[in-house]
Write a protein that binds this ligand. Structure first.
Ligand code: NIG
Ligand code: FE
Length: 415
């Protein structure tokens, strides 16, 4: 089955020679064709070019879609989310408005512990249903690949329950999904004051059980002040590695935790959050294969200090931007808004935020060969916008939904 999309005002993020990621000055460059067509065959991108070429080559297809002068962009890749959860946490939101910090809320049994209680009470079916709705929501917002973490179970049975929900979502939705095991997200109430014993349990019981059912692509630790130490993280990543789980970790959100260094030591695919980044952390990442990933929605929602993104890019690093969609620190999976925050708060250019939310996040979830750009042979995950002036308009018009049509694996999805 061949589908031809024609009359595209700008076909954005095209690549003739696909790259694994883009870094430094390259982040401000975007491949682009004006007045373009895109040819899809089954699930994949078959060809693309200018409209004159389409006529010259006499491109034919089973189905034609008129983009009506809208833009076409590759779907967003959201490489950091926690979208399997039960219940929202707006009561803590009010506490935050009244002045409590994220750490204070966590100490009072709110935060992750609050979500863990609710996960325990919810059935697998209930969790699946609510996460399915969130998947539908983010697909309509232009996301075509998503990483989803466990981490609200905090005991073996409930962590497995979350990961089985993620597996069912993988099997039953058209979006690309990667699963991340985050047993070390917080110390559960039963283990209060016995953090090392909890870490031992993660290593000796949880990791082998997760591996036995092959439920996780990655392994995560919240390596930060008041949560897990570098030593805990080192032990957990080492244990995960033995089962083939690549590290992808939460680091330096609440302080200079050493999370970046331990992540790079284990060749983590990404280190995420990065509000606290000095020269040492930047130097450590340079030359590594670890993607520095910033979560602008969490920093916005929690009023955290801003990660020094400009300094990182100017030093030659790549930067990825993901949503961190979760009930506590970022209750939104809107990647277009993430792009706007990238521009407004972090002084990134529109070209940079497009690279940061597509090819760099694809790399941060091990999907750079499949998605993240418009390239021949990649999966046909893309969206068509309403008629707009150009790609710069997308992060600029921060509150408008500009998506007209969404295609995943070459098929139009009703949104
Ligand atoms: O990425 N920082 C740690 N974990 C999540 C928050 C989870 C929660 O508050 O429920 C995050 O922001
Ligand atoms: Fe997170």
């Amino acid at each position: 089955m061949r589908t031809l999309v024609k009359n595209i005002k700008q076909l954005v993020q095209t690549e003739n020679k696909p790259q694994r990621w883009v870094a430094g000055k390259e982040m401000s460059k975007l491949g682009m064709i004006n007045n373009a067509y895109l040819l899809i065959e089954d699930d994949f991108i078959k060809d693309f070019g200018g409209m004159e070429q389409m006529v010259e080559k006499n491109v034919i297809a089973d189905k034609e879609i008129d983009a009506l002068n809208g833009l076409v962009l590759p779907s967003f890749c959201d490489s950091h989310t926690h979208i399997v959860y039960s219940g929202s946490r707006e009561i803590e939101y009010i506490d935050k408005i009244k002045g409590l910090s994220y750490e204070e809320i966590a100490k009072r049994g709110g935060g992750i512990i609050n979500s863990a209680k609710r996960i325990h009470q919810a059935s697998e079916q209930e969790l699946y249903n609510s996460a399915f709705e969130r998947i539908k929501e983010i697909i309509a917002l232009g996301t075509g690949a998503v990483e989803i973490k466990s981490g609200y179970g905090l005991n073996t049975e409930d962590e497995l329950k979350m990961l089985r929900v993620i597996r069912r979502l993988k099997e039953s939705t058209p979006i690309l999904i990667k699963a991340n095991f985050l047993g070390a997200h917080a110390v559960p109430t039963e283990y209060k004051g016995r953090q090392t014993e909890y870490v031992n349990m993660v290593i000796n019981e949880m990791i082998p059980s997760v591996a036995a059912e092959d439920l996780a692509d990655f392994i995560d630790v919240f390596c930060d002040n008041g949560f897990f130490t570098v030593e805990d993280t080192d032990r957990i990543l080492n244990a995960g590695m033995k089962y083939g789980m690549r590290a992808k970790i939460h680091a330096n959100e609440l302080g200079f935790s050493g999370g970046v260094q331990v992540g790079v030591k284990y060749n983590a695919i990404s280190v995420d959050h990065l509000e606290y980044m000095g020269d040492e952390e930047i130097d450590c990442l340079l030359g590594s294969e670890t993607m520095p990933t910033v979560l602008p929605g969490a920093a916005f929602f929690l009023n955290l200090p801003l990660s020094p993104v400009r300094k990182m890019i100017d030093a030659g690093l790549p930067v990825a931007l993901a949503s961190d969609y979760n009930p506590g620190s970022s209750p939104s999976g809107n990647m277009k808004f993430v792009m706007s925050l990238g521009c407004i708060n972090y002084k990134m250019l529109p070209e940079e935020v497009i690279n940061a939310t597509t090819i760099n996040t694809a790399y941060a979830m091990g999907l750079e060969e499949e998605t993240g750009s418009i390239a021949v042979g990649k999966i046909a995950n893309f969206y068509i916008t309403k008629p707009v002036t150009g790609f710069e308009f997308l992060p600029y018009a921060y509150g408008s939904n500009l998506i007209n049509k969404v295609f995943l694996k070459g098929k139009e999805i009703s949104i």
